[in-house]
Write a protein that binds this ligand. Structure first.
Ligand code: AMP
Ligand code: GLY
Length: 424
């Protein structure tokens, strides 16, 4: 099969890395890709949001299968357009991807399907949202309804923070149209973990669990990011808990979407908070998480491409996933300043030495080649991943690889895996 992967992050590098090893894979293309992806796939300079250009590319290059990494093209209808063109693709249609693209749709769906989630209210008018805060009090979580690159969620510890969040989203328009509506939720307390399933129509197959580290700095301090590190599996999601999540979260949602006339296909990501009254959904994503996808793929023994093709074709009985028993962990290296303003173009060295650490695989995110030299070209730049018999050992290997990377303009958290290690 000629395969096209859409996206340019660590997630897409991991997807390309796995696809390249598949006996099913013929030519492998990636749009737009990055320097690391360029070592396993032919990169084409088309933006992941440029739906028409991507469909043209798939047609022109006789692509047989498209894997869409990020949420923006999914919500914009890339899968619908590929389907119309008769090209098999992995991911949900625009209407199904609304589970990620609209927080209010997701909350209504949970309510309708009896899926546990934080109590909420929704507003399209700032004064009404503020009046609600005055009645309800704080803490609360204020969320822009639409896609905001993971930045549209503001945790408000007191009422003033909540008023400021409403102004920021609705009046200052920090996220554009995505902030025309807000969802205000109860503030949940507990341990966070995520769960992934492959879904097609009214069928679902569990994939794996993971835990992300969203805050920029050690000790979960600093601003929220797209994720500074992750590991899989999440110790809190035991076999019994995974069954409970399939029965109480994934299956009701999958059936609800199918009944709604927007059947889901692709990977469904449930972000969960384990509260003292059980797991509650924080969010659904219509795609693999990044960086969570990286350790997940390192743990997968079976052929990823075979599974994703079977899922896209609705052959769910053919999906047989075998996993390495060992956990895997990834440390994200980011450019100083991320998630705020950062500079591009700093030189990165030492990757050969770093990749020679046993058990370590380095996935690229924001990198490019500049006159043959590797330079940083984004906020999150590298994912240094390791699989080992235990999380502490995987952590040790990943940091020993990080220490061989020569990149003064970069930083990483030094405590990725703390929660899993603390449980041991
Ligand atoms: P979301 O994109 O909706 O998952 O939100 C991003 C992050 O904000 C989550 O991973 C949680 O850490 C946090 N968060 C979201 N909703 C809540 C909530 N209702 N209570 C507490 N934390 C939340
Ligand atoms: N790492 C969180 C996400 O991909 O949404």
């Amino acid at each position: 099969m000629n395969v096209l992967v859409v996206g340019s992050g660590g997630r897409e590098h991991a997807l390309c890395w796995a696809a390249r090893r598949s006996p099913l894979c013929g030519r492998l293309l990636c749009a737009p890709g990055n320097a690391g992806i360029g070592e396993v796939a032919a990169c084409v300079a088309i933006d992941a949001a440029d739906v028409s250009a991507l469909v043209d590319l798939a047609r022109r290059e006789s692509v047989d299968f498209v894997i869409v990494g990020p949420e923006v093209p999914l919500v914009a209808g890339l899968i619908d357009r590929l389907n119309d063109a008769g090209i098999l693709a992995f991911g949900p249609t625009a209407r199904a991807a609304e589970i990620e693209g609209s927080k209010s749709f997701m909350k209504e769906l949970c309510e309708r399907c009896g899926v546990p989630t934080a109590a909420y209210a929704r507003f399209d008018e700032p004064e009404q949202a503020k009046a609600f805060i005055r009645r309800h009090g704080a803490p609360v979580v204020v969320k822009a309804d639409g896609l905001a690159s993971g930045k549209g969620v503001i945790l408000c510890h007191n009422e003033n923070e909540a008023y400021a969040a409403i102004d920021h989203i609705m009046i200052e328009g920090a996220f554009g149209d995505a902030g025309a509506q807000v969802v205000i939720e109860d503030f949940l307390i507990g341990e966070e973990a995520s769960f992934f399933a492959l879904v097609h129509g009214d069928r679902a197959v569990p994939l794996a669990s993971a835990q992300d580290h969203k805050a920029a700095f050690d000790g979960d301090q600093g601003p929220n990011t797209g994720g500074m590190g992750a590991y899989s599996p999440a110790p809190i999601i035991t076999g019994a808990v995974a069954e409970e999540i399939m029965a109480k979260v994934i299956m009701p949602i999958v059936r609800g979407l199918a009944e709604d006339g927007r059947p889901y296909s692709g990977v469904l990501y449930a972000g969960l908070m384990f509260t003292h009254d059980g797991p509650k959904v924080l969010e659904f994503n219509a795609r693999f998480g990044d960086p969570e996808c990286q350790p997940l793929i390192l743990r997968l023994k079976s052929d990823l491409l075979t599974a994703l093709v079977a899922c896209a074709e609705g052959r769910m009985d053919d999906i047989d996933l075998q996993w390495h028993p060992d956990p895997a962990l990834v440390v994200v290296m980011a450019t100083h300043g991320y998630p705020g303003h950062y500079a591009r173009g700093s030189a990165i060295g030492g990757l050969v030495e770093a990749s020679s650490v046993p058990g370590v695989t380095i996935f690229h995110a924001g990198t490019k080649l500049d006159e043959g030299k590797l330079v940083a070209d984004g906020g999150r730049v590298l994912g240094v991943a390791a699989r080992a018999p235990s999380v502490p050992r995987a952590q040790e290997l990943a940091y020993s690889a990080v220490d061989r990377i020569a990149w003064p303009e970069g930083f990483c958290r030094r405590d990725i895996g703390w929660r899993a290690i603390g449980r041991m």
